[in-house]
Design a protein. Structure first.
Length: 303
C-alpha cells in the first residue's frame, strides 16, 4: 500500500451527518433529565451505516455494566497538580468508523476490540492481517483521565480506546484501508490516570475539523467486550499545528485544502461546544515535525 497516493475518500461529512444530527437531538433531550438516569443516555452513543467494512470478529470478553474497583490516588499525583480546574468532556458521536462492534454494514459488524493485540501503546502498525505502518508525522499522545466530582482526582484502571484516520483521511478496516488495522489501540490508565499512545498526526478530511476519537471504559474487560463505554468523545487538533503539518502536501496530500475550508465554529461536532469544553478537548502540542510531536490532554468524567 502506497501511503503517498491521494486516494479518493471513502467518506466525508455526509457520512457523519446522520450521527451528528442524532447527537444534537440527544444533547437537547438531556437538558430535560436530571440525575443518574441520564448517564445511560450519554453512554449509549454509537455509529451506524458505515460502508465497505472489513468484518473483524473474535472471542469477546465478558463485559459487565458495573465499574470495577480502582485505586484512589491523591489529586496531586504527577502532572495533575496543574489541573486544578477540570470539566466533564462532552459526549460526541463515535462516527461511522469505530470498529467497536456498534455499527454494521450489510448486516455484518466489525469489532477490533475483541482481537488479540489491540492492547498496545504504539498504534502505528497494523496487527491483524498485515504489518503496514501508518506514517508520517509522529505524535506521542498522553491522556490524563480525571474525576470531575472529586477535585480532578486521577482515575486508575480505566481503559481508553483511541482511533483515528491516516494521512490520507482513511480509517483502517473501512473503505480506503479495509486490509489495515493501524491507528487503533487500547491502554489502561496508571496510578496517575494516564495512558500514552504513539501515533501520527491525523489528516484533515473533507468537511471535518482534524480530530481523534476515543472511548472510555471502566475496566479493560469492558473495553475488550466492546460495551458499556462511560464516555465516547473526540479531541480537536490545534489549528496552528494543523497548518504546520499540512503544509507538506507530499505527505498529507489533501489536508491543506480541506483544512482551509473548515473551522471549529462550523464543525458539526465541535461547533456547539463551549469555550471551556473546546479548551479541554484541544491537546497541548510541542515538538517539531522533523523530530516528532508531543501532545497532552485531560479527559474529565463525572462519577
Amino acid at each position: 500500500m502506497d501511503h503517498h497516493d491521494n486516494h479518493t475518500h471513502g467518506h466525508s461529512l455526509a457520512d457523519d451527518l446522520p450521527l451528528i444530527d442524532a447527537m444534537i437531538a440527544r444533547r437537547r433531550a438531556l437538558k430535560w433529565f436530571i440525575g443518574a438516569g441520564s448517564a445511560a443516555l450519554v453512554a449509549g452513543c454509537g455509529g451506524s451505516g458505515a460502508d465497505d467494512v472489513d468484518v473483524i470478529t473474535g472471542a469477546a470478553a465478558t463485559a459487565t455494566p458495573t465499574p470495577t474497583a480502582t485505586p484512589t490516588p491523591t489529586a496531586t499525583a504527577g502532572p495533575l497538580a496543574t489541573t486544578a480546574a477540570c470539566i466533564a468532556d462532552p459526549t460526541e458521536t463515535g462516527g461511522p468508523y469505530p470498529a467497536d462492534g456498534t455499527n454494521t454494514s450489510g448486516g455484518a459488524s466489525s469489532n477490533v476490540l475483541t482481537v488479540n493485540g489491540i492492547v498496545r501503546s504504539d498504534i502505528r502498525a497494523s496487527f491483524i492481517s498485515t504489518t503496514t505502518v501508518a506514517t508520517d508525522v509522529q505524535m506521542t499522545l498522553t491522556l490524563t483521565l480525571v474525576d470531575v466530582n472529586a477535585s480532578c482526582a486521577p482515575l486508575a484502571g480505566f481503559a481508553i480506546y483511541l482511533w483515528q484516520c491516516d494521512r490520507n483521511g482513511h480509517y483502517s478496516l473501512y473503505s480506503g484501508a479495509t486490509a489495515e488495522s493501524y491507528l487503533r489501540g487500547v491502554q489502561v490508565t496508571d496510578a496517575n490516570g494516564q495512558v500514552s499512545f504513539t501515533t501520527i498526526f491525523p489528516a484533515c478530511y473533507d468537511g471535518r475539523w482534524p480530530h481523534l476519537h476515543f472511548e472510555i471504559f471502566s475496566s479493560l474487560g469492558n473495553a475488550l467486550g466492546g460495551r458499556y463505554a462511560v464516555l465516547t468523545s473526540q479531541l480537536a487538533l490545534p489549528a496552528d499545528w494543523c497548518a504546520t503539518v499540512y503544509a507538506d502536501t507530499s505527505t498529507y496530500p489533501s489536508s491543506s485544502g480541506n483544512f482551509a475550508r473548515v473551522s471549529l465554529a462550523s464543525d458539526m461536532v465541535f461547533g456547539d461546544n463551549s469555550d471551556a469544553q473546546l479548551a479541554q478537548q484541544t491537546p497541548a502540542v510541542t515538538g517539531t515535525v522533523a523530530t516528532g510531536l508531543v501532545a497532552t490532554a485531560v479527559i474529565g468524567i463525572a462519577r
